[in-house]
Every structure is written in C-alpha cells, then in structure tokens.
Design a protein around this ligand. Structure first.
Ligand code: ATP
Length: 481
C-alpha cells in the first residue's frame, strides 16, 4: 500500500480536497483551505464525532462558545504563563526549532527538558544543516494576541483560544443552571483553535489554525478512574468504527515525566502516519484532569480585582490563594441524593478534527492494478465519504439524462449525490473512486424495459441491477453498515 504523504497531498489538491491557504499570493505557511470535497469530508468527520459523543448519549450536551474570551480565562487555565514551547534559533540561518523536536522527544515539556544549552550543543539545524550553532533555549509563547475595544480606556489584549476546552469550563455553571444535567455528565464542543506553532509539520497534521473536538466529562471524585477507562475505549473504538485499520492505531500511556502536573493519567490515541521519525503520531489525548480546571477558575473569579488593578496586564496578575472550603465554591456541584457538595473531576478526550481527517484520508488511500492500469481510490466509510452516490446517464440521449436527474432529485434529500454525464463511463467511475464515493448509479438502455439501473460498488467494482424506485431503500441498507 503506497500511502505516501506526497501522494495524498497531490490527490487532495488535484481533486479539490485541500489547498494551501492564500495560494494565489504564494501561500500562507501551515494554513490550509478545504475545497469542495474536503469541506464535505471534514464536516462528516465532525458530524461522526458529534453523533457518537452527543447525539447518541443522554449524558452529554453541546456547546458553541466564542473564540475570544476574557483574558482571565487564560490566567486561570495556566496558558498565559505556561503555554510556550522551548525553542532555539540557528545563528546561521535564523530558523527557530523546538528543542523537543531537535532532541526527538516530541511532547516533552520545557520543565522536563531543562534549559541547559549543552543539551543541543551537538545538534544539527534541520533547515541549513549547521552543527552546534544554536542560541540558548528560550520560551516562545504560542497564543496569538490581538487587541479588543475601540476606546483607549476599554482597550485590552485578548487571545485567540489555543483550545476549546476553557469555553466549556467557563460555562459549566451556566449549563448546570439552565439544563437538567446532573453529574456524571459531559459538555462537548467543536471549534477552531489557534496556536502560533514554531515547527509546523506535514500538511494538515500541525497547523496554526485548526479545529478541535473536545469533551469535558464531569464525574464524582472516586468514579474518575472508571470514566477514564470508559472514554479511552470509546474514543479508540470511534476511529475503528469509522473505518481506520486497527493495526494503524494504538494507545500510548504518557510517561510520568510527560504528564501535566495536574493530570492523574493521560493517554494518546496514536496513528501510524506515513511521515515523521517514528511514524506513530498523536491523534487525540484522553486525560484525567481531576478537579484542577474548575478549582483554578474559582480562584480566577476571586482575583478579578487583581486583574483590574494590574492595568489588565496578565503578566502582573497574581491569582488569590484557594479558600479552604473551595469545594463549596461557585463551580461546585450539589449531589441531591447524597446531600454532598464537591468539585467534579474531569475526563477530557481532546481530538483534532483536521488530524483525524488526515488519518481518514491516509488510511482510506489505496492503489491497485486493474487491467494493466492503476486505480487510485479512497476506501472511505460511507458516513465519512464526501459524496455518497454519483449518478450517470450512460449516454446523453434517449431520455437517460432526464431519468438520471430524477434519481438525483429523489436521493438528494437524504445524501450528498453528484450528477455527471461527461466523458467515458470508465473515467467517470475512476473520478468517483478517487473522491471515495461508495456507489455509482448508471442509467442505461435497460431502464426503459424493466426500470432497473446499475449500482457499482467502489471497493469491489461489482455491479448490481436495482429498480430505480428502490434506490433509496437499497442505499439506506448498504450505508448503515
Ligand atoms: P502536539 O504535542 O502534537 O503539539 P498537543 O499535545 O499540544 O499536540 P493537545 O493540546 O492535547 O495537543 O490538543 C489536542 C488535540 O488537538 C491533538 O491531539 C491534536 O489532534 C489537535 N491539535 C493540537 N495542536 C494542533 C495543531 N497545531 N494542528 C492540528 N491539530 C492540533
């Protein structure tokens, strides 16, 4: 299986899945646009996550919080002070590189690596190849900062969110008060996040603007380990359910030195991508974050006067100490049955929509020899496929285009279908194979005799005759696999 990244990138561009952002101006580094097929694909990935995480469950509700949030959110979450990569600059070519990447220890935190310049003294610049020409390690902040407010007196620095999770914590109280949820329950959200990444990676794997699908699942302390196990399995199986080969997936426990100080446990769901040093790369993290976030936000809420007094300068704000009865604070939960108040623990599955879209593309990509020719195809699960069925009249006469249009109209209410009457039928099939369309419906002369058309299966290329009135039922049955 030749699932090389270059093949995927070229297919994506050729067929309108993914383009470089601002390409007509030479492109903007590590930003990408999803074209006609890509936007459908990514929406299906998003919908599949939402269906499994929210729609199919009684205990999870959705949220869509704003990208810009009060700066204090980032003080409480720790991002304002700690969300930085340790980097170095090559004295020869001035390219900056993450130290963990130079050391080939992706994911290691600055405090684990240490800032001793000797650790990189013999390393090679990945850009120009110079050896040992690095500056001392320095912290590079990853949050994008911007200004908000038109008047000088209400103007302040705000940040593009680097994760969607904090919007959930900030709305925990609102959701508790406005719905009938009770712990254990979760709040899910999908949305854009932004990080001024130092080293950007292959294609849409690591970009500066990306989409996350995050769930914060609130549970009673003491039940957190069970829920952690539950969500680990559930999230791993989601990738398998939507077609990713199990052999290309694994769960990797974080080493104790990799674990964030507040997390009790964390695993990464990893996919074997066709690039990078070790190939296995993170798709998603599942963490037991304990009651850290809600407690920190309680501290932040009490520290608002410090924010005002500091002149709205996060660097100068000190969070007030936690009160001894913090567990009764505004972000606590009252268990009616047990007559107990506590701050819930949180299990957080945090996935990247773009990264999983890339994994679905890579895993679905296939090449095979058919009658001496190479057939490129994307073996997408039907729910993920951008187009579910393509409808072709065999020829542009004898009423076939009209019948084909009628079929399109009848199927369109349920699925994204595509009409194509141009070119040889074999070429039309190949184009749909490359788009990952699971079914091609061809209207030929026989429709006049018995009302049937052919349905071709993308993977086996086998064709069946189906009555045109039974197409919806046929596709419904085939797609609910
Ligand atoms: P990495 O170590 O790869 O930088 P991370 O551990 O910082 O990732 P998290 O903060 O755990 O990532 O974010 C959760 C998920 O969001 C990741 O598993 C990934 O799928 C996605 N993600 C994070 N950063 C990016 C990015 N720059 N581009 C695309 N997706 C991203």
């Amino acid at each position: 299986k030749l699932n090389k990244l270059e093949d995927i990138v070229s297919l994506c561009k050729r067929r309108g899945f993914i383009f470089q952002s601002s390409e007509i101006y030479g492109g903007l580094a590590s930003c990408y646009d999803y074209g006609p097929l890509g936007s459908e694909l990514k929406r299906n990935v998003r919908n599949a996550w939402w269906k499994s995480t929210v729609q199919m469950r009684d205990d999870v509700v959705g949220l869509d919080s704003s990208i810009l949030m009060h700066p204090m959110v980032w003080k409480s979450s720790g991002h304002a002070d700690k969300f930085a990569d340790l980097i170095t600059e090559c004295r020869k070519c001035h390219t900056r590189t993450r130290i963990d990447h130079l050391l080939n220890q992706e994911g290691k935190k600055a405090e684990d690596i240490g800032q001793d310049p000797r650790i990189i003294s013999d390393k090679v610049c990945p850009n120009c190849g110079a050896v040992g020409e690095f500056t001392e390690p320095m912290a590079f902040k990853l949050m994008f900062e911007t200004q908000m407010g038109a008047n000088a007196d209400d103007n302040m620095a705000v940040y593009l969110r680097p994760e969607t999770a904090q919007g959930i914590f900030a709305n925990f109280r609102n959701v508790l008060d406005s719905t009938r949820v009770k712990v254990p329950f979760g709040i899910a959200q999908i949305g854009k996040s932004f990080r001024n990444e130092v080293t950007t990676k292959a294609f849409i794997f690591r970009t500066r603007e990306f989409e996350q699908a995050e769930l914060e699942f609130f549970c009673e302390p003491g039940t957190d380990e069970q829920w952690y196990e539950f969500w680990k399995e559930k999230r791993f199986n989601w990738y398998v359910e939507y077609g990713i080969n199990k052999d290309n997936l694994r769960m990797r426990d974080h080493d104790s030195d990799e674990l964030a100080h507040y997390a009790k446990a964390c695993i990464d769901v990893e996919y074997r991508f066709p690039f990078g040093s070790g190939d296995w790369q993170e798709l998603e993290g599942v963490a037991n974050r304990t009651d850290y976030d809600l407690r920190r936000h309680q501290q932040g809420m009490r520290s608002m006067n410090n924010f005002i007094e500091s002149g709205r300068d996060l660097a100068k704000v000190e969070l007030k100490d936690e009160q001894p009865d913090y567990h009764k604070g505004p972000l606590s939960f009252f268990d009616e049955q047990k007559k107990q108040r506590y701050i819930p623990y949180v299990i957080e599955p945090s996935a990247g929509v773009d990264r999983s879209t890339l994994a679905f593309l890579v895993d679905a990509y296939d090449e095979e020899e058919v009658k001496g020719e190479t057939r490129n195809l994307l073996r997408f699960h039907p729910d993920i496929a951008p187009i579910k069925a393509a409808v072709f009249p065999l020829v542009k006469k004898e009423g076939m285009p009209e019948i084909a249009h009628n079929i399109v109209d009848s199927l369109r209410a349920h699925w994204n279908v595509f009409y194509d009457q141009k070119g040889a039928i074999g070429r039309r099939y190949r184009r749909q194979d490359e788009a990952g369309t699971p079914f091609c419906i061809t209207v030929d002369g026989q429709v006049k005799e018995d009302g049937t058309v052919t349905v071709r299966d993308r993977d086996t290329m086998a064709q069946e005759r189906v009555h045109q009135d039974k197409l919806s039922a046929y596709l419904f049955e085939k797609m609910s696999c």
